[in-house]
Structures are given as structure tokens and as C-alpha cells.
Design a protein around this ligand. Structure first.
Ligand SMILES: Nc1ncnc2c1ncn2[C@@H]1O[C@H](COP(=O)(O)OP(=O)(O)O)[C@@H](O)[C@H]1O
Ligand SMILES: [Mg+2]
Length: 275
């Protein structure tokens, strides 16, 4: 058995899990471009960073991929494939539930009036066709999988009874309950304390290795990218200006804007060191 597995994996890795080609997005009211010709790929088991300053279009790339662009924003171009299959029609992406997304403010993304276990169970029932009892058991097991101690007890909690870090773990558990091929994490640790940030990122890395899903990790933090990502894409005003393996891009950035981002990050580090 072990002789056949690597071969199968190699074949699968040849086809990117997600490929975005030539994505264009505009503001409807003004026609102003928000994203211009953005192309990127995520392989199975790979964590791909998407960085750029605030307003550069990171969230719009995520939303367009999930098929959840906000009102007033329209996709004008672009092709999406998943495992080589064309899913450019947004219905093929949302209905397939092959993508899951986690957001910056986990508490805001949870229903404040519903116990977190019930929220996860609802997703499990919907995406995995489980009975209520099965879904409830799955919720507890997902909570334990994201290292929340005493899943039974946590499942009965309401979001306000949990810390920000715990809420983000719950969001990740909900994402996992969709059994996604791709997880889009849009600044998943920005709202959390530094120590909690590191633990959440460790969890994302661990689950990526365990499930073989791909991750598109949106962040403005190059430190996070250096720690977690395999490859990196740099967005500047809706344009993808640089892509490549993290080691190469951080050591020898080719684009002026990437160099600027790196310099700003280093300056911040120096200031932190002095303080
Ligand atoms: N609802 C909207 N209508 C029009 N433009 C928008 C809307 N939401 C965001 N934008 C614009 O899209 C650009 C990219 O935003 P966003 O993807 O949220 O940036 P980032 O996530 O990189 O900070 C911004 O310049 C913003 O002004
Ligand atoms: Mg954003």
C-alpha cells in the first residue's frame, strides 16, 4: 500500500487545487478597478500567502473566490478551477462547499444567540448529511480537534463566553466541518493577542498537514508569511506584482513594492526591539 500512495499524491499535486486566472473586479458605482488580472494557484497541502497593504484587494480576492462579493462590487473577468475542474460559474463554487473561509473578527462571524456546538452541528448536518445526533457528536469532536479542552462543555457555550482565540478555534472547527479542499483565512489572527496568534497559526499549519487541504492565507504581516507560508503573492493596488516561493521572495524581492514592504516590516521590528 505504501508503495502506491506517493505516486497517487504526485499525480494530484500536478493539478493545482485552486487556480485563479485573470480575476478582474470593479466598483460598480464608479467603474474603478479594484482587482486587475489577478492570477494565483494553491496546491493541495500548500499554504499560500496573499499580502499587501490595507485596501490592496486581499479581501476582494478572497470574497470573489468564495463567490461572496459585497454589494456594489462586480466581477468582470476571471476563471476559477478546482482540481482542474472549471468552477467559474459561482454556483459551482458555493454549492460544492469545497471552500471554507475564516475571518478577522471571529466573534462577529458567529451567531451570538446560538451555542457554538449547535452552530458547528448545523454546518456538519448541512455539508456531511449527518443526522442531528451524529452532527452533535461531530461538533464535539471538531472542537477537540482544534484543541479546545473539554469539547462537550465548550459546545454548550455561547460565543460571548469564549475568548477571541477560542472563537477563532470555533470558526476553524466550523470550517473543518465543511470538509473543505481549500481554506481561505482572511487575516485570521489580526484581532488576537500576539501569543494567541502564534497558536492559531500553528493550528492552521497542523490541520493543513493532517487534512491535505490548501490554504490561502491573507495577511499584511510578513512575519506571519515567513513562519507559515510555502509561497507568497504580493498585491499592490489590485495588481499582483510578485509571486514565488517565500524564501526567494523574502531574500531577493524582485518588485519595488515588495522591497518597500520588507523594509517597513524590518523597521517595525527594529522599533519593537528598541522599545
Ligand atoms: N462595497 C464596496 N464598494 C466599492 N469599493 C469597495 C467596496 N468594498 C471595498 N472596496 C474597495 O476595494 C478595495 C480593496 O478592498 P479590500 O479587498 O477590502 O482590501 P484589503 O483586504 O486588502 O484591505 C479598496 O480600495 C476598497 O476601497
Ligand atoms: Mg481585508
Amino acid at each position: 500500500m505504501s508503495a502506491t500512495r506517493p505516486a497517487a499524491e504526485t499525480t494530484r499535486r500536478d493539478v493545482p487545487l485552486l487556480a485563479i486566472e485573470g480575476l478582474g473586479v470593479v466598483a460598480e458605482a464608479t467603474g474603478a478597478p479594484i482587482l486587475t488580472d489577478v492570477s494565483l494557484e494553491v496546491a493541495p497541502g500548500e499554504i499560500v500567502g496573499l499580502v499587501g497593504e490595507s485596501g490592496s484587494g486581499k479581501s476582494m480576492t478572497s470574497f470573489a473566490t468564495m463567490g461572496i462579493l459585497p454589494r456594489g462590487v462586480r466581477q468582470t473577468a476571471g476563471r476559477f478551477t478546482v482540481d482542474g475542474e472549471d468552477v467559474t460559474d459561482v454556483r459551482d463554487r458555493s454549492v460544492s462547499s469545497r471552500f471554507a473561509m475564516i475571518f478577522q473578527n471571529p466573534r462577529d462571524s458567529l451567531n451570538p444567540l446560538m451555542r457554538v456546538g449547535d452552530q458547528i452541528a448545523r454546518i456538519a448536518a448541512l455539508h456531511q448529511g449527518m443526522s442531528r445526533a451524529q452532527a452533535r457528536a461531530e461538533a464535539v469532536s471538531m472542537l477537540e480537534r482544534v484543541h479546545i479542552p473539554d469539547g462537550e462543555r465548550a459546545a454548550r457555550a455561547y460565543p460571548h463566553q469564549l475568548s477571541g482565540g477560542m472563537c477563532q478555534r470555533v470558526m476553524i472547527a466550523m470550517a473543518l466541518a465543511c470538509r473543505p479542499r481549500l481554506l481561505i483565512a482572511d487575516e485570521p489572527t489580526t484581532a488576537l493577542d500576539v501569543t494567541v496568534q502564534a497558536r492559531i497559526l500553528d493550528l492552521v499549519v497542523e490541520l493543513t498537514e493532517e487534512t491535505g487541504c490548501g490554504v490561502l492565507l491573507v495577511t499584511h504581516d510578513l512575519g506571519v508569511v515567513a513562519e507559515t507560508c510555502d509561497r507568497l503573492n504580493v498585491l499592490y493596488r489590485g495588481d499582483l506584482v510578485e509571486s514565488g516561493p517565500v524564501d526567494r521572495v523574502l531574500a531577493a524581492p524582485r518588485h519595488e513594492y515588495t522591497r518597500y514592504l520588507l523594509e517597513s516590516a524590518n523597521e517595525l521590528e527594529d522599533t519593537d526591539g528598541a522599545a
